[in-house]
Structures are given as C-alpha cells and as structure tokens.
Design a protein around this ligand. Sequence first.
Ligand code: HEC
Length: 193
Amino acid sequence: MTTNNTGNKASVSKWLLFLVVTIAVIAGLRSMLVTKHEAAAAPQDAATARAVEDRIKPVGEVSIALAPPRAAPAPAVAAVVPAESGAAAPASPASETARPAAPATVATAAPAASKAGESTYHSLCTGCHSIGAMGAPRFGDKAAWAPRIAQGMDALYRSALHGKNAMPAKGGNPSLPDADVKAAVDYMVAAAK
Ligand code: HEC
C-alpha cells in the first residue's frame, strides 16, 4: 500500500512535470508561430498599411515606438525585426513627406481662380484650339499666341466675346457668361506665355 502510494506520487509528479514542460514548450512554439504569422501577414497588408501610415503619420510613429516592448520575449525578436524594418521604412521619411503636404495645398489653391476658365476651355474652346482647327492658335503654342497676346488682353477678350473671322463669338455658345469667356482667354493666354 505504502510503496504503491509513493510509486503513484512519484509517477503523478513525473506526469505533472511532463505536463508543465509540454505546456511551456507549446506556449513557446505558439508565441513564435503567432509572431511569425504576424510578420508574414505584414507584407500582404504593406500597401494598405503604408497608405494608412502616410495619412496618419504621427500615429504611425507612435505605434512604432511601442513595437520594441512587444519584441521583449526572446523568440519574438528575430521575427519582429523584419516586420519592424518594413514599417520603419515608410515611417522614417514621415517628417520629409509631411513638409510637401503644405506646398501641395498652396499649389492647388492658386489655380482655383482659373477653374472657370479651365472648364470653359475644356468644354468648348478645346474643340478648335487644341488642334488648331481653321487656323485657331493652338493651346500652349507660344509662337502662335505671341503676336495675339501682343494686341493686349482687351483685344483678345473682344475677339473671344464677339468673334473674329473663323473664331465664333463666345466659341459658338452665346449663352456663355462674359466672365467665363474672359476666364477661358486668361487660361489660354497663361498657358501660352
Ligand atoms: C469653331 C472653332 C473655335 C472655337 C470653338 C473657339 N475658337 Fe477661338 N479661335 C478660332 C480661330 C479660327 C481663331 C483665329 C481667328 C483669326 O485670328 O482669324 C481663334 C482665335 C481666338 C483668339 C485670338 C483672337 C485674336 O484676337 O487674336 C482667342 C482669344 C480665342 N480664339 C479664344 C477662344 C475661346 C475663349 C474659346 C472658347 C470659349 C474659343 N476661342 C473657341 C476658332 C475657335
């Protein structure tokens, strides 16, 4: 009985030890696998992640700052490094790409004034002026426009508003507001200067 009991106790503690070791090994493997899986998934979402990072740069930097503590477990380090290097690449130029953002908004604000001219040109005037139909001065053709620009803007406005030879008044659309016609002239002249 007594010997049996100790024998049982010994085998039970052996089993417990075995179980603990097994669980520890499984837990270790799992954490490795999970980290590897995360690392493998990273390239897949790299494009999305980069796009998001571009948009939320300050947040992206914060999340990278938090990454190293997660890499603390020994087996995770190797797997986390590639994931981090991928994320660090787009994050490091964050400060550089943040700067062009400001000029970009300034640049789009400037041509806003000629928006009416641009859209009028593209909806109407381009029909003749893009290809130079009927001898129309071509859009952006500096040589063709130079002598016309030399007449002064008022003369150009007058030709555009009231017509000149094959150039129809208001480009052939009498309902076009004068301001839009003039804006289109401005747009064409600006492109040919
Ligand atoms: C049906 C074709 C046609 C369309 C559409 C057209 N043009 Fe013209 N445009 C011409 C031709 C041809 C000339 C050259 C006229 C000439 O000097 O004999 C010309 C010349 C001009 C000139 C120079 C006039 C000058 O005094 O030298 C301006 C400015 C101009 N067009 C503006 C416009 C604008 C703005 C539009 C759109 C609203 C427009 N054109 C649409 C054919 C066209």
